[in-house]
Design a protein. Structure first.
Length: 319
């Protein structure tokens, strides 16, 4: 075979995603982060982008933050503008599933392409450092007395902290429809509101709050896990007589319109990234739990999450 013919064939195979990673040039990746800077999706996307570069599967990664509506605004942009692009990824997770259920946006995850679940994490509820309350028990007592006076702060409507707040209310005998939940467009905004004492109690991923907990700018009063988190003394809701357990997971999707080979190539690239030293350091730094699941298995998991979360939200009076 002539050299120019061989090189053209190699280029064609690379474009189709049919070559092994070692034989393909590293891609310039575009990462859509459907939230404002400072939150879990932003942190996850940037950590993954760095890991993809460190693993040699991405030559560069550009980031686009597009927050609002539990990720639905970013999802709409991704579906409409990145169609057919085999080098684009979007961070998503359980918050987006909840937001789609409650917000009923014109776009849905079924229009995009599932690539991989990356991590899972539990939430922590915190009080501002200058809060008049000292424990979850005191917050619950006030909630029972006057539900509207307790201002819950967290991510977008339908986020895991929103669902948890509604579940807590139901478990302690308060109508979930009466909770005063303030939704923020991203973790950074929610953290600022908590630090400023603009909400009574705030919720979010433990990794997002850890810095402020460690510096005593926030007081942790409960975690949403079944057991206490490793290395943490923060009690679970269940320990405090509130039968609520709910987790958070995050993953990545590709746009619609990519080929099966391109999808496989993206899965392989993300898998390589999660084996890098950079990703291991991010897992440890953020107290994430690895939760790898890819391709059709991940797609089926998301479908099951939709059904399960909808049932939970109906029971909690949210939809």
């Amino acid at each position: 075979m002539r050299r120019d013919t061989f090189l053209k064939s190699l280029a064609a195979l690379a474009a189709a995603g049919a070559l092994p990673l070692s034989a393909r040039a590293a891609a310039a990746i575009r990462m859509l982060l459907p939230a404002n800077p400072g939150g879990g999706w932003d942190t996850t996307g940037r950590a993954l982008g760095k890991a993809m570069q460190d693993a040699g599967v991405a030559s560069s990664v550009t980031y686009d933050n597009k927050g609002g509506a539990a990720g639905a605004i970013g999802l709409a942009q991704f579906v409409n503008s990145a169609k057919g692009d085999p080098n684009s990824l979007m961070v998503m997770g359980s918050v987006m599933v909840g937001g789609i259920i409650t917000g009923k946006p014109p776009v849905n995850l079924s229009q995009a392409t599932p690539i991989a679940r990356l991590t899972s994490e539990y939430n922590v509820f915190v009080l501002p450092a200058n809060s008049p309350f000292k424990s979850m028990a005191e917050v619950i007592a006030q909630l029972k007395k006057d539900p509207g006076s307790v201002k819950w702060g967290g991510g977008s409507r339908g986020s895991t902290e929103h669902i948890a707040a509604a579940m807590i209310a139901r478990e302690v005998g308060v109508d979930p429809a009466k909770i005063n939940y303030v939704a923020f467009r991203g973790g950074g905004e929610a953290i600022a509101a908590i630090l400023g004492g603009n909400v009574t109690i705030g919720g979010g991923g433990y990794s997002e709050m850890a810095e402020y907990i460690n510096t005593k700018k926030m007081v942790p009063v409960a975690v949403t896990s079944g057991q206490r988190l490793k290395g943490s003394s923060v009690p679970t809701l269940k320990e405090q007589g509130i039968n609520v357990e709910i987790g958070n997971w995050r993953g990545v999707y590709a746009p619609p319109g990519i080929t099966a080979q391109q999808r496989k190539a993206l899965i392989d690239m993300v898998a390589q990234a999660t084996k890098s030293k950079s990703w291991a350091e991010s897992i440890e730094k953020n107290d994430w739990t690895p939760a790898w699941m890819a391709g059709d298995e991940f797609g089926a998991f998301v479908d099951a999450e939709f059904a399960s979360m909808r049932a939970t939200m109906v029971k909690a009076g949210m939809v």
